[in-house]
Design a protein around this ligand. Structure first.
Ligand SMILES: Cc1cc2nc3c(=O)[nH]c(=O)nc-3n(C[C@H](O)[C@H](O)[C@H](O)COP(=O)(O)O)c2cc1C
Length: 731
């Protein structure tokens, strides 16, 4: 498995810092409430930018014996320390216009005290502070590598904010949330790291000298409220005013503003000296503001949401990694490359293509062929090879997966001793404009190489469609005079977990040996009509697959009991409340399309099962069902569902064909033949046809649709399948 350096760095950084990140995010969430709650306190004074220091001093002089200090915090709450007229030292919030007390100083709540200590230093004092500062920086690197991964995925920096194709929900939201949270995350981390540097005195010292402005001794006595500097400075610029300690001329007012500090002569009001804050001190001020959100509700909410986003990244990121790892199967070989007649090469980013390639390789091994499998980047000279089959996914915007990015170059440099037949199977998604583009490129590059002879045209497989893959295997087998049988289990992810179901209801077996069975999952399980349930009877190692109908949260299967069918007999002998184990396999390509306005469903026999679920859950699509059975008796077990669906208009029309009712056999394809205009119209409007049932029925139906499509639309069934207009699930 090759994974890109950026993804690897992103992962390693996340793993090594996860615990710290979780702690700081949770405490960050708690701490984000502190400034919000504080800001909501009623001590805020409007138009603070219009109240001068002089105005407040005049008001204070009237109310109190002596003023020691005035402070304006990030919330614009003005507090003062005074000696009251009865000689008591008090500190409280005031209305700066009247000088009257409006509230007690806010005390930090114990929960915020605790969260602050944990957030800042993990209760480990300097060591903890260092660790947190370092983690802050690493989180910044995680954000940077995340950006690079998004750029790579999107196929360029300019596409950073363009639409993201939803391949997998966890990944999709990891990226969507990532794009929104990116800037606040970077701000939080850089400011966090900055504050740590400041705490450890690692920032350059503030060496700016105080600038002496006037002589200290003066005979001039001006009323404090009349000091020019106090008259012209407004409270919004002020952080703190410290009053002179004594009446000694040497003691002065210290006025701390946002960007400078002024010493003011206590009698003349003249500025004695001025000290501008260095850019590092200003950096500390703004870092604190941006990191804590103090004084603003909006930024505090942004910080709060960002902390939630970081937690979401940690959990979704690990979940993506775990499922990606589960998808990967090792490329195992039984023989050396130079001994193999068949070479299978794979290009895969997240492992699913490897599963298809391994299934193909295993099928060749089963018929005793010598086969060697490798990643495309490990392509070399194969002494005995006659046939090369390449399976490759496409990434970015038509780019190769990481383990295939050197292949095109290797084609030119690696020498083969003999002529090789080759086939390329592209795995991709039609949701990307460059559908299977890399496979196209590989095919074209081999085509112009004198040592390679194409055995068939390039095959493009959309969304890992098993049916298309099996069709291709059949075609390839015929061409090579082989009889290959793919074991679908090789392709399916082992991560799909087994679920216990209890039997809720079961019908009797009808004249066609068919019965319905309702299963209730015993734990929370997600499934959709069209998914597949894989059941392996006890003491058996081969599983059977059944198409699922989801009806009222339960699974409905329609099962045909075969005389020697192990699984169908096993299911048939189950009693109500008996347990059965099964694995639900997603079958996304066979879901009822959400966007189509009108859909034709075609089934025969038990193939109707997934359609019953789709129809009964339908709310907005016009559905037309064509079904073929043997006799009216065959239909009885489905009758109540279809009647209900027609009554409730979930099903728009229903056409039925019986093959054994009259002398003349009537099949679903015969129904379609009579409805050519209707079928053509449905196909024309970018709607969809789903086919489920026997392979024989599929063949018959496809011949008819092909004819209709050619006559009326100038398209073939192949075109329709490629465009995803026709979806099949036949067996
Ligand atoms: C980020 C990303 C980009 C993709 N880009 C393309 C593309 O440009 N063309 C395409 O046909 N498929 C594209 N795909 C779909 C994959 O090729 C497809 O899902 C394939 O089956 C994945 O195979 P793998 O699991 O072996 O990597 C993309 C998938 C992802 C996640």
């Amino acid at each position: 498995m090759t994974i890109s350096i950026w993804r690897y760095s992103h992962l390693i950084l996340a793993i090594s810092t996860a615990l710290f990140i979780i702690i700081t995010s949770i405490t960050g969430i708690i701490l984000a409430f502190e400034p919000i709650l504080n800001k909501l306190k009623p001590f805020d004074v409007e138009n603070i930018n219009k109240i001068s220091i002089s105005e407040t001093l005049t008001a204070l002089e009237k109310q109190y014996k002596e003023v020691i200090e005035i402070e304006i915090d990030e919330n614009n709450f003005v507090s003062t320390s005074v000696i009251t007229k009865n000689g008591k030292n008090k500190t409280f919030y005031i209305n700066p216009k009247t000088g009257l007390k409006i509230g007690k100083i806010i005390q930090k709540k114990a929960i915020f005290e605790f969260a602050t200590n944990l957030h800042r230093s993990l209760f480990l004092k300097s060591t903890g502070r260092f660790l947190i500062g370092f983690v802050s920086f690493l989180l910044f690197l995680i954000a940077v590598t995340g950006v690079l991964l998004i750029i790579r995925r999107q196929g360029g920096a300019c596409k950073f904010f363009s639409k993201i194709t939803k391949e997998n929900s966890k990944q999709y939201y990891h990226i969507i949330v990532g794009r929104y949270a990116l800037i606040p995350i970077i701000i939080i981390n850089l400011t966090g790291a900055y504050l740590s540097l400041e705490k450890f005195s690692l920032l350059p010292k503030d060496k700016k000298p105080r600038q002496e402005i006037v002589q200290k001794t003066t005979t001039k006595h001006v009323k404090v409220a009349d000091f020019n500097v106090f008259k012209t400075t407004y409270l919004n610029e002020v952080k703190k005013i410290e009053f002179p300690f004594s009446s000694n001329e040497e003691d002065y007012f210290l006025l701390k503003l946002r960007d400078k500090e002024l010493a003011i002569h206590q009698y003349s009001g003249e500025i004695i000296c001025e000290k501008k804050l260095s850019s590092f001190s200003l950096g500390t001020y703004y870092s604190l503001f941006l990191h804590t959100g103090k004084g603003t509700i909006i930024w505090s909410i942004v910080l709060l949401l960002t902390c939630f986003a970081i937690l979401f990244f940690i959990f979704s990121g690990f979940s993506i990694t775990v499922s990606r790892r589960k998808k990967f199967v090792a490329l195992k070989n039984e023989i050396l490359p130079n001994k193999a007649e068949y070479i299978v090469l794979v290009g895969s980013e997240t492992g699913s293509t490897i599963r298809f390639a391994m299934a193909f390789k295993n099928a060749l091994l089963k018929i005793n062929k010598t086969v060697f499998i490798a990643e495309l980047n490990n392509y070399k000279t194969y002494k005995k090879a006659k046939n090369i089959v390449i399976f490759t996914a496409t990434y970015g915007n038509g780019e190769p997966p990481t383990n295939a990015n050197k292949f095109i170059k290797l084609i030119g440099t690696v020498q083969q001793n003999r002529l090789l037949k080759y086939t390329v199977v592209g795995f991709g998604s039609k949701e990307y404009p460059a559908f299977c583009q890399f496979a196209i490129f590989v095919h074209a590059s081999l085509q112009i190489h004198p040592k390679f002879i194409p055995q068939m045209t390039l095959i493009k497989i959309n969304h890992r469609n098993m049916q298309s893959f099996k069709n291709w295997v059949n075609e390839w087998s015929v061409l090579n005079n082989l009889s290959l049988k793919i074991n679908e289990e090789d392709v399916v992810e082992t991560s799909e977990k087994e679920v216990k179901f209890s039997v809720l209801k079961k019908t009797d077996v009808n004249k066609d040996n068919t019965f319905l069975i309702f299963l209730k999952p015993n734990c929370k399980t997600k499934f959709v009509s069209g998914d597949v349930l894989s059941i392996t009877p006890k003491n058996e190692n081969k599983s059977r697959l059944y198409s699922i109908a989801k009806i009222d949260k339960y699974i409905l299967l329609s099962v045909k009991k075969h005389e020697y069918g192990v699984c169908s007999n096993y299911l048939q002998q189950l009693q109500i409340n008996d347990f059965v184990n099964g694995v639900i396999k997603q079958n996304k390509h066979f879901y009822l399309p959400k966007k189509a306005k009108e859909v034709i469903l075609i089934a025969n026999g038990t193939g109707i099962a997934p359609f019953l679920g789709m129809i009964l859950e339908n709310s907005k699509t016009k559905i037309h069902l064509f079904w073929g059975g043997r006799t009216p008796k065959s239909f009885e077990i489905y009758n109540k569902y279809i009647t209900k669906a027609l009554d409730t208009k979930k099903l728009t029309s229903f056409y039925i064909a019986y093959s054994q009712e009259k002398k003349e056999k009537n099949y679903v394809q015969n129904l379609l033949e009579k409805k050519t205009e209707f079928v053509a119209k449905t196909l024309q409007n970018q709607n969809c046809i789903l086919i489920c049932g026997s392979l024989k029925m599929q063949q018959g139906v496809e011949i008819v649709i092909d004819k209709i499509a050619k006559e009326k639309l100038n398209l073939s069934i192949k075109n329709l399948k490629d465009y995803g207009v026709i979806k099949t699930n036949c067996y």
